[in-house]
Design a protein. Structure first.
Length: 614
């Protein structure tokens, strides 16, 4: 019998490694840009075509490579970052495994031009599917120029499962942001299909954050800085009023490397307890400096998971530093200009000794049994004379009330003595009482034949508006309310890509937006019927929700707008408004649940009520 175990060819081994290291075009950009940073580049240009499907080009002015190094860099486990196993515990570079370039070359066509400063001429290397096609001298500037074309050309299954260009471009921007936020002293640019998406000049960290995510971050950031023998933590957290439902801007960096750490995220959010509503998130940008020997980054190929030797102690340091930053911000006094209608409180002047103590004035002769029918203010009037004779026509005030009360009681509590059977929405609607009651500004209560129906007013309005917006999206018949003074909203590059994807659908709902350039958009009109809402915050929330849609993109847009425009808890409604909500709810396709699966109504059976009161 022949032997079964054989050594895999290098090309096959590289494709297997590429399955973990190179997952999508964003992975290629991450690896190439990190190599440029490790090479000491001060300027890095990234050019992308068709979200990386067609071409990815990374140009830097780093050290460059010699002819031999250029050839050897594409071999598996070839690296200049470490020399022995002990170097893994003293890492100061982004890469160290030596798998990135080999993995990229295994699933794409790569062209490399590179030259060192001491060399008069550079070298050009052509590789496709791990096979070297050519290597020859070339005239090129100092640094490296990687061009990766036709990603996954030899792995059709991987290329087939790539997402749309908008999704892949959003992933590229997310990976790019994680790098540019670490190196504010490096000039980064990013172009997609010839359009400039980012041009980040060298500057301070605060300026880099504002350049990436928008100028509004200038006034929302609170500095955090603490130095201990265990670690150093620097960066920024946001003010409590900058909280959002889905932040997306929560960044941890350890020794210049992006990290995901749910345990540390909990430390940051615990500092905002009772300062922000439940379920809200806070943007933050925190940078840890820890001894490389006290962390382990060699856990996952993407290097986003890191183990800490003193994790619990660092958690406490982080939580205390964030609380300190918030405390300093809260101590700053604020000037309140809206004082109209407030009582004036006089300032006590000790030099005036003629200040009389306040006195309580009352009428000692007042007798409530002799002055029946007088108002409360008459008790303090000595000269008031009010007759205590009852009005002989008092019975006319109550005419017609008794029969109506009896009829209401009969309609509320009349019930068959047989076992209750499930009722359709039509049957419930036909048997409901014409009078409704609002409980604590949250629930609508109305009597039906089978018992007491309780409706959540906010969720009911979400269902009503959701189906209305879905109909507008399908029929393109929404009405737009023009703004007298158009407002502007600025997004980060990744959010701007998402907004451009959904602008057509938002126009079908009733939004009128125009692109002003520089990821800034003008809000010229909003859907009719949402007066009173902040259009800037509304559009920001819709873009955030559209990044992770629950169902289809249209459904997510309609649901996001319905949540924002629905009747809030605490709003007082009259009987006509409650009647309108109930009627519109029962005309919807689903009266029981909101689009995201939350219950809208319930019925308390008459038998249960009698048992409770029995």
């Amino acid at each position: 019998m022949s032997d079964l175990i054989r050594l895999l060819p290098d090309s096959v081994a590289n494709q297997i490694a590429a399955g973990e290291v190179i997952q999508r075009p964003a992975s290629v950009i991450k690896e190439l840009v990190e190599n440029s940073v490790d090479a000491g580049a001060k300027t890095i240009h990234v050019l992308v075509v068709d979200a990386g499907r067609t071409s990815i080009q990374v140009i830097d002015d780093g050290k460059g490579m010699s002819e031999t190094d250029a050839r050897l860099s594409f071999e598996r486990h070839a690296t200049s970052k470490i020399k022995e196993a002990a170097d893994l515990f003293a890492l100061h570079t982004m890469g160290f495994r030596g798998e990135a370039l080999a993995s990229i070359a295994a699933v794409s066509q790569v062209e490399l031009q590179t030259r060192r400063e001491e060399d008069e001429i550079g070298t050009q290397l052509m590789i496709a599917g791990s096979k070297v096609l050519s290597q020859e001298p070339v005239s090129c500037p100092v640094g490296s120029n990687f061009k990766v074309e036709n990603l996954f050309f030899n792995v059709p299954a991987r290329r087939k499962f790539l997402k749309t260009n908008v999704t892949e471009l959003s992933n590229i921007l997310t990976a790019y942001e994680r790098i540019v936020l670490v190196y504010p002293d490096i000039h980064f640019t990013l172009h997609h299909n010839g359009t400039e998406l980012m041009n980040l000049r060298p500057g301070t960290l605060r300026q880099r954050i504002a350049d990436v995510f928008g100028k509004q971050y200038h006034q929302d950031l609170l500095p955090v800085e603490v130095q201990t023998a265990m670690c150093t933590i620097k960066g920024f957290v946001s003010k409590p009023e900058a909280a959002r439902k889905k932040s997306g801007q929560d960044y941890f960096f350890v020794n210049g490397r992006f990290m995901k750490h749910p345990y540390f995220h909990k430390a940051v959010m615990s500092a905002y307890d009772r300062l922000i509503p439940e379920g809200m998130q806070i943007p933050y940008f925190l940078y840890f400096e820890v001894e490389p020997s006290e962390i382990d980054v060699n856990i996952h190929p993407t290097k986003t998971e890191i183990k800490f030797e003193n994790e619990q102690a660092i958690w406490q340091i982080l939580s205390a530093s964030v609380r300190d930053a918030i405390g300093k911000f809260c101590e700053v006094p604020t000037i309140e200009f809206d004082t109209q209608g407030r009582p004036e409180i006089p300032v006590f002047d000790p030099s005036h000794d003629d200040i009389a103590a306040p006195r309580v004035q009352y009428n000692p002769d007042y007798n409530p049994f002799k002055n029946a029918g007088t108002s409360g203010s008459s008790a303090f009037s000595k000269n008031s004379k009010v007759s205590n004779t009852p009005d002989p026509a008092w019975e006319s005030l109550y005419e017609g009330l008794t029969p109506q009360r009896e009829a209401t009681q009969q309609s509320f509590f009349e019930e068959e003595q047989t076992t209750l059977q499930p009722q359709s929405p039509t049957e419930i609607l036909s048997e409901k009482s014409p009078a409704h009651y609002q409980y604590k500004g949250r629930y609508l209560m109305t009597a039906v034949k089978s018992g007491l129906m309780i409706i959540d007013q906010h969720r009911a309005d979400i269902r009503i508006r959701y189906e209305r917006y879905i109909k507008d999206l399908n029929n393109h018949t929404a009405n737009t309310q023009k703004l007298l003074f158009p407002e502007t909203v600025t997004f980060s590059p990744s959010d701007a890509v998402v907004l451009e994807q959904v602008m057509t659908d938002m126009a079908d709902i009733g939004f009128d937006l125009s692109d002003l350039g520089g990821h800034t958009f003008a809000i010229n009109g909003v859907p009719a019927g949402i007066e009173g809402l902040d259009p800037v915050q509304l559009i920001r929330q819709m873009v955030t929700d559209a990044q992770n849609p629950i169902e289809s993109l249209n459904s997510q847009i309609a649901l996001s707008l319905a949540r924002s425009a629905a009747i809030p808890y605490g709003q007082i409604l009259n009987n006509e408004e409650m009647e309108s909500i109930i009627n519109e709810l029962f005309s919807c396709s689903n009266v029981n649940y909101t689009p995201d699966g939350k219950a809208i109504l319930c019925i308390l059976p008459q038998g249960d009520i009698e048992q409770l009161l029995g």
